[in-house]
Write a protein that binds this ligand. Sequence first.
Ligand SMILES: [Zn+2]
Ligand SMILES: [Zn+2]
Length: 388
Amino acid sequence: MSILNSCIHRHWFFRATLIAAVLTLACNAPAQSRTRTELTFPDLPGLVTLRADFHSHTIFSDGRVWPAVRVEEAWRTGLDVIALTDHIEYVPHKADVPVNYQRPWEIAQASAEPLGIIAVRGAEITRGEPPGHLVALFLTNVTALDQKDNRVATRNAAEQGGFLFWAHPGWKQPDRKSVWYAEQGEFLSNGWLHGIEVVNGDSYDPIAHQWCLDKKLTMVGNSDIHDPIAFEYSGAPGDLRPVTLVFAKARTPEAVREALFERRTAVFSRGQLYGEARFLEPLFQGSLEIVGPEIRIPRNGRALVQIRNRAPLDFDLRLNPKLPELDVDSKVVLAAGKVSLVQVRCVSDRVTGQQEVVLPCKVLNLQVAPNQALTTGLRIKVNYDRGH
Ligand SMILES: [Zn+2]
Ligand SMILES: [Zn+2]
């Protein structure tokens, strides 16, 4: 082959490769963007587990996307529920987008129905501290919140049957330490305050977490997203948006509202779950499955137990390593969406036959209160092999 021919040949080959690469990208791109990342949390007995984000902004206030995009993002990132909660008092795009408090939800709703997403009509009453920012959900008339007097705006939200939560209480406070003002106490006693954001964006607020427990308020965790969601969260494992888990009697807006007022929620953020033990315990147990054949442990021998964790977060366990019959590793991580091996060793000569064993453990990243891990047990069935 002459040098000239070789050059032409290489040139042709390069072009063909380039065209093939472009075609592959063009074919793959739509398929990738039309996939949903499933957040596989189990349902609880008699209740369906819904994944929600109750705080988001659109172009109708200071967000940078059209309301329908929030719905598409919600579907793609594994949510069932998205609330549109534009600011009432802050509408910086009004030269381009006319102020219309009712429109964000109406636009979102048209996209939500075909995707099976529940869109919630909300708004953020945006005042200085105190009382700070208050998000109202399940409104019928958002325009009624456009009031000079903050108390009138808040009362109007509550009188519509709205669910009201205090957004990012630590924002703008020294060291982000949340402060409970007299106004919050007043709103609470008036029935105008039902929940608090325990997580806003990437910030977990232990003070807000404790307030929810002490004052019997609902825990929520939300993105408060302004940019396109992919700017903040890649969607890769470990880089997911914060989610409020709602334990509802049905997959309907009214059931979501009922669950919020009844405080049946937990918060998932950055590999942690925050919530009451009555929810975290069944979430943990319902995520696990023992894989493989019967677990046989020979005398003075060991067995490898395979445990599948379907949840989208690792479970970081600390086990009590010394049991009368068994030795186990004290530190075990059950990886998200994977099967993990747990080694158990028989240390007794006396036990025989099949036994159900509960290995007591703490799950460090499941917090029932600030710095308080869920205490539970890992249930396994073992067959002590007495053969010689
Ligand atoms: Zn805010
Ligand atoms: Zn906000």
